[in-house]
Design a protein around this ligand. Structure first.
Ligand code: CTP
Length: 402
């Protein structure tokens, strides 16, 4: 019972994902947590408070003015009681209220009053999730130190396909377990440098070469490394992802900018994970003016960019160096060659043609190949889980150097 005795205030705001919050309540209870549930009126339209009361074995709070115990003020009492606050599902409305300091019902009032760490699991329609107001509000909450449990992609209840599905209860549970468990803060005292996303190589002021990398794998690594106690520096190419809580982010555009940032940060890093899909070539000349079309075909001469990972491999002493190999054939063979050529300790290989693996997915299928030749096959699983397996290996390798 990894959450034994932990006091979790579960804030359930109104969306169809409320049904998942019910499953989550049950899992939290089974793991030994004491759970008190707060619901908004709209959440109660989806699932009744009685469900949560039964699953949590505790009263459910919905109304600021319904004081169950005359000797205390419920919203302050609850706010002080919690070791951790989890908003799941977090609607656009509740995210908007908290980021703007609005306290007009039991939940939003308690959220403002608490000093416990807050975890937010958004769930909403994809267009709502991508609305600039919602993105801004989430960024504000991150600045306030809230942790986010990224929603997944897929078919949404509204019929749209896209991002907005609440994180799965199993993933939320494992994030909380990691957060609470001192034993899983196994990266404490370590500085982890991670690169993520694509790079962008300009042709002229309006055009560039890039690739399909979304940055999700690198961001999942940064989030989990931070939760496991590491000091994390994330060097990110241009991606549409929010910075995980506690992570120091450096934004770059080109392979050259990534090279300079990586070289500077790497000096202090114990573990380096190069998940970025760095462009191998860039146009030799970048036109200052927009290139005008003509009826002729066009050839753009390209030159090699610096191989950041190779440069890190050349100067490494007792750092753990981990690279990625995204391949479409002979995956293990090509990945092994990369490990040897770039002086890596571990290479994370995946076949980008497999269903559920590769760019812009929430899942991955990977083979981790260690420098002693041992292979660890990871079947289809969330990038969150893959990230933790890679970090497990990083810790094992780091131990070899000590
Ligand atoms: N990498 C890097 N700098 C580059 C290119 C790649 O650091 N200029 C890193 C990536 O971050 C990744 C690994 O190297 O960890 C990928 O190896 P690479 O040989 O570049 O893979 P591909 O670009 O896919 O190369 P190839 O076309 O040879 O398969």
């Amino acid at each position: 019972m990894s959450l034994k005795g932990k006091r979790i205030m579960l804030c359930v705001s109104g969306g169809i994902a409320v049904f998942k919050a019910a499953a989550l309540t049950s899992k939290l209870y089974q793991e030994g947590a004491e759970v008190k549930v707060l619901m908004t009126d709209s959440a109660s339209q989806f699932v009744t408070p009685l469900t949560f009361q039964t699953l949590s074995r505790n009263d459910v709070y919905t109304d600021t003015f319904e004081e169950k115990d005359p000797s205390s003020v419920a919203h302050i009492d609850l706010a002080d009681w919690a070791d951790l606050v989890l908003i799941a599902p977090a609607t656009a409305n509740m995210i908007g209220k908290l980021s703007n300091g609005i306290a007009d019902d039991m939940m939003s009032t308690t959220l403002l009053a608490t000093q416990a760490p807050i975890f937010v699991a958004p769930a909403m329609n994809v267009h709502m999730y991508e609305h600039p107001a919602v993105l801004r509000n989430m960024a504000v909450l991150k600045e306030f130190g809230c942790h986010f449990l990224e929603p997944g992609e897929g078919l949404l209840a509204c019929g749209y396909v896209g991002k907005g599905r609440m994180a799965e209860p199993e993933d939320i549970l494992s994030t909380l377990q990691t957060y609470f468990n001192e034993d899983t803060r196994d990266l404490k005292g370590k500085h982890v440098m991670i690169t993520a996303g694509p790079t962008r190589e300009p042709v002229d002021p309006v055009r560039y070469f890039t690739n399909y990398s979304s940055g999700k794998m690198g961001f999942a690594l940064a989030e989990q490394a931070s939760l496991r106690g590491a000091e994390v520096t994330l060097i990110a190419g241009p991606v549409q992802l929010t910075t995980p809580a506690g992570v120091n982010r450096i934004d770059v555009l080109t392979a050259d900018e990534m090279y300079h940032a990586a070289m500077e940060v790497s000096v202090q890093a114990d573990i380096i994970i190069k998940a970025a899909a760095v462009a191998d070539y860039r146009p030799i000349t970048v036109s200052k003016e927009k290139v005008k079309k003509s009826d002729d075909s066009i050839a753009i001469e390209m030159e090699r960019t610096k191989d950041i990972l190779s440069s890190l491999g050349e100067k490494k002493d007792n750092q753990v160096l981990i690279g990625f190999a995204a391949e479409s054939e002979k995956v293990e063979e090509y990945a092994w060659k990369k490990l040897q050529k770039k002086n890596l300790d571990l290479v994370c290989a995946n076949n980008i043609t497999s269903e559920g693996a590769g760019f812009d997915k929430d899942t991955n299928i990977m083979t981790l190949i260690r420098k002693d030749g041992e292979q660890i096959h990871l079947p289809l699983q969330s990038k969150h889980d893959v990230a933790n397996k890679i970090l497990d290996e990083a810790i094992r390798l780091d131990g070899d150097f000590r």
